[in-house]
Design a protein around this ligand. Structure first.
Ligand code: FES
Ligand SMILES: [Fe+2]
Length: 408
């Protein structure tokens, strides 16, 4: 481990050991140092579960979706039996990425087989080699031995997750409490109807910290989100080893509108409500980060999911999406609502892109200080505690005293 990685680790452990009311920001190097990113990639990202797709993006046999995760070219597929796989896109013949970016090969869609463009070997959607021309003269060559490698995956509540290290504890166990919290939204049955891609010139932690704290409603979203969900009313649940959970309650005026809609009054703007939600579930947004970087928000009429793919210390790729109840698509004003909600999702994330990009730029300055966090930023401190724990091969809350001793 390099000196810079050791320094950053110790500083994060020290920050994590502080009580919430003394919490500080992390050293700026944690967001810009490539060797620390490599350390984090191994201990935190590859060792964890990263969400790659939602099942509604792969409804039919033969659907596929290319995704690049931490240098690994991957493809998520639906096979003929209905199974979902996360496969390596690296051809077992001469190592070609079978869906290279930037060369006009489709990276998502539906096909009868996967074809490597180099020598036309073809593969089934479970990775098996179907056909390989002109290999019959070759000694000891059995087609069954040559597959696209399969990456360990789990489908959780309709989301497809991959674990690159192959040895993370089962996701269903880690997210069991999260499953209970989001169960009423039946996310496995929703349809992904909006997706917007963003190439982000900032560290992946800048994104999740921004996602999970609502203190910035006061600044970045002062005219968009703050009037409806004022920063001062937002709050976070206590520490959980595998996710952060925040509540963003509506201002009384908006909560009253929902109450009237439930009683048969006019429906507020948006998609038709997701059936079966209680009043309490409808009058706030619930925001989650499932560690390391699964971002989810549940709302009255939709679920927002952000797919974050860290690339390097100062770059990540983001897909911002909206999922709705299948029947929403049959509503009379669906097309207008979809257009309005696509604009809304774009507009409020554009506000976050500005601050995140500017934070990353700020982190390069020699005048950066270790800032203090508001009580409304407790979720950021929880993320720091998670980072410190993963750097030690643990999860937060495993042993509260370990932070203090490890930093000495
Ligand atoms: S590299 Fe894929 S068929 Fe040759
Ligand atoms: Fe934001």
């Amino acid at each position: 481990m390099t000196g810079s990685v050791e320094y950053i680790r110790r500083e994060i452990e020290a920050a994590a050991a502080l009580p919430a009311e003394r919490a500080t920001t992390l050293p700026r190097q944690a967001y810009i140092d490539e060797s620390y990113f490599q350390f984090e990639a191994e201990t935190t990202l590859k060792a964890g579960w990263i969400c790659l797709a939602h099942v509604s993006q792969l409804k039919q046999a033969g659907n596929f979706l290319a995704v690049d995760l931490l240098g690994e070219p991957l493809v998520v597929t639906r096979d003929k039996a209905g199974g979902i796989h996360v496969l390596s896109r690296v051809c077992p013949h001469r190592a070609m990425d079978i869906m290279p970016e930037g060369f006009d090969y489709p990276r998502a869609g539906r096909a009868s087989k996967l074809v490597c463009p180099y020598h036309s070997w073809t593969f089934d959607f479970d990775g098996r080699l179907k056909n390989c021309p002109e290999m019959h003269q070759i000694a000891d060559f059995d087609r069954a031995d040559w597959k696209l490698a399969e990456i360990r995956s789990e489908i959780w509540e309709g989301f497809v997750f991959a674990n690159l290290s192959g040895d993370a504890p089962p996701l269903a166990e880690q997210f069991a409490d999260l499953s209970r919290l989001i169960a009423p939204w039946k996310t496995g049955e929703l349809d992904l109807v909006i997706e917007i891609e963003w190439d982000c010139q900032f560290n992946w932690k800048v994104m999740i910290e921004n996602w999970i704290e609502s203190y910035h409603h006061l600044g970045a979203h002062n005219t968009t989100l703050n009037p409806m969900m004022p920063a001062k009313d937002t709050w976070a649940e206590p520490e959980h080893p595998h996710f952060v959970h925040c509540h963003l309650p509506f201002k009384q005026k908006y909560a009253a509108e929902i109450e009237q809609a439930i009683a048969g009054g006019p429906q507020p703007a948006g998609f038709p409500p997701i059936p079966g939600l209680s009043l309490a579930q409808q009058v706030e947004w619930n925001i989650y980060v499932g560690y390391p970087c699964f971002m989810l928000a549940t709302m009255r009429d939709r679920v927002i999911w952000y797919r974050l793919l860290p690339v390097s210390a100062e770059r990540c790729k983001l897909l911002t999406t909206t999922l709705v109840h299948a029947e929403s698509r049959e509503a009379l004003e669906y097309a207008e609502t979809l257009a309005a909600e696509t604009k809304m999702l774009t507009d409020f994330h554009a506000e976050d892109m500005v601050v995140n990009t500017a934070v990353q730029r700020g982190l390069h300055s020699s005048y950066v200080v270790r800032g203090r966090l508001s009580h409304l930023e407790m979720p950021v401190w929880l993320i720091h505690r998670y980072l410190a724990a993963r750097g030690q091969g643990r999860y937060p809350g495993d042993d509260l005293h370990a932070f203090g001793t490890a930093a000495e």
